[in-house]
Design a protein around this ligand. Structure first.
Ligand SMILES: CC(C)(COP(=O)(O)OP(=O)(O)OC[C@H]1O[C@@H](n2cnc3c(N)ncnc32)[C@H](O)[C@@H]1OP(=O)(O)O)[C@@H](O)C(=O)NCCC(=O)NCCSC(=O)Cc1ccccc1
Length: 235
């Protein structure tokens, strides 16, 4: 059986290929390290126990420093020419900040398409705190940036965030399920306009809108989303 090839511009944003055995281990290691990070916040522990834990952490770091890193240039080169393998695709997606399950900084946020709506869900722990007991606003902005980027799954072309407006309407609590939704509003040449909302227990806590700028010419609706042109003022 020939191995599936991955193309950078056709990879759904925030969605992950099935993990290879190596990626599954990377995710497991990241989960352990993230749990340690969460555990360390205001840990009520004496100096001797902290010294012992630090020695263990140092030994782990030093053992990992014996390995090199897979080349980003090579991975991206293969993906952009449509010749990426599953490990290449995983190495891009698995380390995405906030959503990548192999990234220690990820809660993680999980993204999926629900018809014409992009949805995401996350539960943020102590390490993501801004005001006491609440999620940091910058973390929510980051999650929204990633969520809104996924509205590019409805179009051909891929671009970068040009503008992101965020209105914080109510504090978003830690340790509770946070639900995100986003939709495409309008296409105009190389610009894609979108908007998003954040909810906790049905109460809206954040509203956002953005403009993405294509790096590959004008945005066009993918054939399977052509109906969006009728539903709204998406061009
Ligand atoms: C590329 C661009 C955004 C635009 O430059 P150019 O290509 O030279 O564009 P040009 O000037 O030719 O205008 C074309 C049209 O667009 C309009 N317009 C222009 N700018 C803006 C604007 N800001 N906001 C709104 N609209 C703007 C402009 O008026 C014009 O409209 P018109 O046709 O007259 O109606 C550039 O400013 C830049 O690199 N900014 C930094 C972006 C960045 O760092 N973002 C954060 C990192 S991304 C990330 O983290 C996520 C990620 C993760 C992983 C993977 C991917 C993504």
């Amino acid at each position: 059986m020939t191995e599936e090839k991955y193309h950078y511009f056709d990879m759904p944003i925030g969605e992950l290929p099935e993990p290879t055995p190596v990626s599954a281990r990377r995710r497991e290691l990241a989960r352990e390290l993230a749990a340690i990070n969460e555990q360390l916040v205001r840990l009520d522990v004496d100096e001797a126990a902290l010294m012992a834990a630090t020695e263990q952490a140092r030994a782990l770091r030093e053992s990992l420093e014996g390995y090199s890193h897979r080349s980003m240039r090579d991975i991206l080169g293969r993906l952009i020419s449509g010749q990426g393998n599953r490990q290449d695709a995983l190495d891009m997606a698995d380390f995405e900040i906030l959503s990548g399950p192999a990234n220690v900084m990820s809660p993680p946020v999980t993204f999926w398409l629900d018809g014409d709506v992009v949805r995401a869900r996350a539960t943020f722990g102590r390490a993501f705190m801004g005001p006491p007991g609440k999620v940091h606003g910058g973390v929510l902005s980051l999650a929204l940036d990633m969520l809104l980027a996924k509205t590019q799954d409805f179009v051909t072309s891929l671009g970068m965030t040009g503008t992101l407006n965020v209105r914080y309407m109510a504090p978003t609590p830690l340790h509770r399920e946070v639900n995100f939704e986003a939709r495409l509003v309008r296409l105009q040449g190389r610009k894609l306009f979108n908007e998003a909302r954040v909810f906790v227990d049905g109460v809206q806590t954040v509203a956002a809108s953005g403009i993405w700028i294509s790096s590959q010419g004008d945005y066009r609706l993918r054939p399977e989303y052509a109906h969006l042109a009728n539903d709204s003022d998406v061009a």
